[in-house]
Design a protein around this ligand. Structure first.
Ligand code: LMR
Ligand code: MG
Length: 489
C-alpha cells in the first residue's frame, strides 16, 4: 500500500480531504486535513435532486485544490468518494465526467450501505469502545451501523440530512412537518437497532460535542473519544432546534453551522431517543478513515489484530523508540505489579497502562533530553488518538509526567473525566513504573522480586548503584520498604 494516501469525501454539505501516512504495517497517522463548504446539494432538494451549476463549480474547484495539496504531500494514491446528494442526482454522470475532466479526480459514488459501513469500520477500529451504533448525520442522508465486539454487523441508510431538512422544512419554518418526516424515515429501522452507546460521526455531531465540552470547561480540546451522557446533551439539542437561526450565536453555535445545526440537532435528538442511547461517544473519524482502512486492512478482514493500536505503533515508529528497552521496562513493571498485588489491590487490567507507558516513556526525548518526561506526557495525551479513551490517555500522560515523582492530588488531568480512578491508584502505577524504569537503567540485570511483611526484596545479579540511589526517593502510596539483595548468579 502507498505510504501516503489522500482520501476525499464529497458529502452533501461539505467536501473534506484527509491525508494519511502509513508508518509501518499497522501504524498510521493523519498528516493533513481540510474541508471546503462546497454544499454540493444546495438547491437540489427543491429541484428533483438535480445538482445545480454553482455548487457543481464549487465542488470542482475544491477538488482541484485538494488534488494539488495531495500532490504537495507526495500522496501516491487519491481515493475520492461521493455520498447522498451525488448518488441521488439524476445528472450525476455529468458531474462525474466534469470532475474528471476539469480536476483530474476520479470520483466514486458509494451507496448508503457502503457509506454506513465505512463509518462503521472507522469507529470499530479507531474508537476505544468496541460496541455501539454509529450515527453519521450528513447533508443529505444519515447512516447507522451496528458494531459488536469490533465487527460491523448491520447497516442502514436513511433519507435524513441537514440540508435536505433545512431546504424542505426549516426554511419554511415548519418544525412539525420536519418531525413527521423524520418519524416516517425512522420506521425503516429494524427494531434491534438499539444500544446504550452511540458513536457520533460527522460535522453536526462534532460541532455539538465541541459546544458541550466548552460549556463543561473540559480541559483538553481533543474531540475524538469525547463522551457525553445523552441526558446532559438532550435539553441543549432541543434548545438548539427550537431557537431561531438569528439567535443561535448566543448559544455558541459557530458561524458556519448556523444554517444547518437546527435540522441536524432534530435528527440527532430523535435518533438518540429511538436507539435508547445513554452515552454518546464522539468520533473524530468517519467515512474518510473508513475508506483508508478498507484499503489498509483489506487482507485482515478489516480489523487490526487484537492488541494492536495504530496510534501507539505510529508514535513508536516516528519517535525512534528503542523497542527492546521499552519492552524490558514493561516486563519488570508487570513483575513488580504482580508481586505487590496484595498491597496495591489494583485490577489486573491496569497492567495495560504499565505496558503502554513503559514502551513510550522515551518519546519526549526527541525534542530535548531536558524535560523529556513533560514532552512525552503531552505526546501521549494528544498523540494516542486511536483506540484510547480520554481516561486512558490522561492516565498514561500522568505516568510519564510524574515518572520518579509523586502525582499530586490536585492535578487537573487527574480529574479530567468523572471515571478517572482514585489518585492512590494512579500513584501506585506511577511508583511501579518509576521503580521498573530505574531498575532497567543499565539493562541486562537479572531481577527477582518477593514481598514479605511490608518489604519488597529486589534480588539482582548486578550492583544497580544508580537504581538504589533513585529508589530512595520513591514513596509508595502505602508504606513499602525496598531492600536490595545481591544474587550470586
Ligand atoms: C456530509 O454531508 O456528509 C458532510 O458534509 C457533513 C457535514 O455536516 O459537514
Ligand atoms: Mg458524510
Amino acid at each position: 500500500m502507498a505510504k501516503i494516501t489522500a482520501v476525499i469525501d464529497i458529502g452533501s454539505n461539505s467536501a473534506r480531504m484527509a491525508i494519511f501516512e502509513k508508518t509501518s504495517r499497522y501504524g498510521f497517522r493523519l498528516i493533513y486535513e481540510n474541508k471546503s463548504r462546497v454544499r454540493i446539494s444546495e438547491g437540489c432538494y427543491e429541484n428533483d435532486g438535480y445538482l445545480q451549476e454553482v455548487p457543481i463549480r464549487r465542488a470542482i474547484s475544491a477538488l482541484r485544490e485538494f488534488s494539488a495539496i495531495a500532490k504537495r504531500h507526495n500522496a501516491r494514491k487519491l481515493l475520492c468518494v461521493a455520498t447522498s446528494a451525488v448518488r441521488d442526482a439524476p445528472n450525476r454522470a455529468e458531474f462525474l465526467q466534469r470532475a474528471r475532466k476539469e480536476s483530474g479526480v476520479q470520483v466514486k459514488v458509494i451507496d448508503g450501505e457502503r457509506e454506513a459501513w465505512y463509518g462503521g469500520i472507522a469507529c470499530a477500529n479507531l474508537s476505544h469502545k468496541k460496541s455501539g451504533i454509529t450515527i453519521d448525520i450528513g447533508g443529505g442522508s444519515t447512516e447507522c451501523a451496528i458494531i459488536e465486539n469490533g465487527d460491523v454487523r448491520e447497516v442502514i441508510s436513511l433519507h435524513l440530512g441537514t440540508i435536505r431538512l433545512k431546504e424542505l422544512f426549516f426554511d419554511h419554518k415548519n418544525l412539525d412537518a420536519a418531525k413527521d418526516f423524520i418519524k416516517q424515515e425512522l420506521r425503516k429501522i429494524p427494531v434491534h437497532f438499539s444500544h446504550d452507546n452511540v458513536f457520533g460521526i460527522g460535522g453536526t455531531i462534532r460541532a455539538l460535542a465541541k459546544m458541550h465540552s466548552k460549556q463543561h470547561k473540559y480541559p483538553i480540546k481533543t474531540i475524538h473519544g469525547y463522551e457525553m451522557p445523552s441526558k446532559s446533551i438532550k435539553s441543549f439539542i432541543q434548545t438548539i432546534y427550537k431557537t431561531k437561526e438569528e439567535s443561535l450565536a448566543s448559544l455558541g453555535v459557530p458561524q458556519d453551522r448556523r444554517d444547518t445545526i437546527r435540522s441536524g440537532a432534530l435528527i440527532f435528538s430523535m435518533l438518540l431517543e429511538h436507539f435508547g442511547a445513554h452515552t454518546i461517544t464522539t468520533s473524530g473519524v468517519g467515512v474518510r478513515e473508513g475508506v483508508f482502512l478498507a484499503d489498509m486492512l483489506r487482507t485482515q478482514k478489516y480489523r487490526f489484530p487484537t492488541g494492536i493500536y495504530p496510534s501507539f505503533v505510529a508514535l513508536k515508529d516516528r519517535f525512534g523508540v528503542v523497542d527492546k528497552w521499552g519492552k524490558l521496562i514493561a516486563k519488570e513493571a508487570r513483575a513488580i505489579f504482580n508481586v505487590l498485588s496484595s498491597v496495591h489491590t489494583l485490577p489486573e487490567s491496569s497492567k495495560h497502562y504499565l505496558t503502554i507507558a513503559a514502551q513510550l516513556c522515551e518519546v519526549g526525548g526527541f525534542l530535548n533530553f531536558y524535560g523529556r518526561m513533560d514532552h512525552g506526557a503531552y505526546v501521549l495525551l494528544h498523540g494516542l488518538d486511536y483506540g484510547f479513551s480520554h481516561t486512558d490517555r490522561a492516565i498514561l500522560c500522568l505516568l510519564l509526567e510524574y515518572l520518579n515523582k509523586r502525582i499530586p492530588q490536585d492535578d487537573a488531568i487527574a480529574h479530567i473525566t468523572d471515571i478517572m480512578p482514585p489518585i492512590q491508584y494512579l500513584q501506585w502505577l506511577s511508583f511501579i513504573l518509576s521503580l521498573a524504569y530505574s531498575l532497567c537503567l543499565t539493562g541486562g540485570s537479572k531481577l527477582e522480586y518477593s514481598y514479605e511483611n511490608g518489604t519488597l526484596f529486589i534480588t539482582a545479579n548486578t550492583a544497580l548503584t544508580l537504581a538504589r540511589e533513585s529508589v530512595e526517593k520513591f514513596i509508595a502510596p502505602t508504606h513499602v520498604l525496598i531492600t536490595f539483595l545481591e544474587s550470586r548468579g
